[in-house]
Design a protein. Structure first.
Length: 359
């Protein structure tokens, strides 16, 4: 399967013309990868209704010739000069730019260069919205990254055991992934055992895993540009009644959230489905974060599944569902899966068992 760059460009043009922009300047590198296929670290794109320019520096001359599809490639000495040239070539009067990714310095230099010729207009979230709905190529790549994540959990069950140091277990999983083609990690691997599990983002530490502890393992792998993200909570030895109870509440919260997912549902309603299960069980104050987030080229992207989110779920979105309970001094439980929003509801992309596994 190949990425549908023409279709992505068409959708971008539809939204820039709806915003009455003559051209759109793309500076976010993930957005540039999404639109052009370019994987390097320095590039700009200028898109008008009938033309599309890709701008990069001489280091990427041959790489961009290989990777970039559907854009005229321009190699620059000074990026600002080339952006101005591209904007003038399409006779742009109003040029939208990405306010979340352009530096203050670049904006100042561009504004000076455009003075009297064109106007820069800040836009937020345009490509973020487009990217929130994945095309078939992306779903395939994300599914592959999720599969490799599952294999990492199988590995975790062997190495995150009593007597092991959290960091050693993390390294073992990471090297397992690397040998199987991973480009890197989606984020620093979280292995938080015992009371450290109460830290929702407890990166693997020098701590030794002990018997009778819950271990929160939250990790993700980057494969072919796409991220995966999932969490399992294991227990070393036989779980206590309280460990079982808290686990069960989180599991039911996650199931309720997953079952509530379908196109047209508010993302905040999915959050509420999980939150109400945890609240009714009396653990509401121990669930401080949102229930999930979109995943794709970025590890955290739209939509956001949180109480304040105004996003609405659409077919083709890929989101995590990750409720948790974190009790200071005691530990934590989180269960996180990736799901694809389909017309029939949520389809799980991760398949590791959600039963409490004793290691
Ligand atoms: Zn996670
Ligand atoms: Zn996550």
């Amino acid at each position: 399967m190949k990425p549908l760059y023409d279709e992505r460009l068409r959708r971008l043009r539809a939204s820039t013309s709806a915003k009455k922009l003559d051209a759109f300047l793309v500076t976010d590198l993930k957005n540039i990868r999404y639109l052009t296929g370019f994987t390097g670290s320095n590039a700009y794109a200028v898109v008008s209704f009938d033309r599309a320019f890709f701008l990069t520096d001489p280091r990427y001359a041959s790489q961009s010739a290989d990777e970039v599809k559907g854009f005229r490639i321009r190699i620059f000495k000074k990026a600002v000069d080339e952006v101005v040239r591209a904007a003038q070539a399409v006779k742009a009067g109003v040029i939208g730019f990405e306010s979340s990714s352009m530096s203050f310095d670049t904006h100042a230099r561009l504004a000076k260069a455009f003075k009297g010729k064109a106007r820069l207009k800040a836009t937020a979230g345009l490509l973020k919205t487009l990217r929130s709905v994945k095309d078939p190529f992306e779903i395939e790549k994300i599914t592959e990254a999720a599969r490799l994540l599952d294999r990492g959990f199988t590995r975790a069950m062997k190495v995150a055991v009593a007597g092991a140091v959290e960091m050693d277990a993390a390294f073992s999983i990471e090297s397992f992934w690397r040998r199987r083609g991973a480009e890197g990690l989606a984020f620093d691997t979280i292995i938080a055992s015992g009371s450290r599990g109460a830290l929702p983002h407890g990166k693997a530490s020098e701590k030794k895993i002990k018997k009778g502890e819950l271990i929160v393992v939250d990790m993700g792998v980057l494969l072919n540009g796409y991220n995966s993200d999932g969490t399992r909570t294991f227990v070393t030895g036989k779980p206590t009644a309280k460990q079982k109870e808290v686990y069960q509440v989180v599991r039911e919260a996650q199931s309720a959230a997953i079952e509530s997912i379908r196109p047209g549902v508010m993302a905040s309603a999915v959050d509420r489905a999980a939150r109400s299960v945890i609240g009714k069980a009396g653990y509401g104050k121990y669930f401080g974060h949102g229930t999930g987030h979109g995943v794709g080229l970025d590890i955290h992207e739209a939509p956001g599944l949180s109480p304040m989110s105004e996003d609405v779920l659409e077919e083709g979105m890929v989101v995590t569902v990750e409720p948790g309970i974190y009790i200071p001094g005691w530990g934590g439980v989180r269960i996180e899966d990736m799901v694809l929003v389909t017309k029939n509801g949520a389809k799980l992309l991760t398949s590791t068992t959600r039963d409490l596994v004793s290691l």
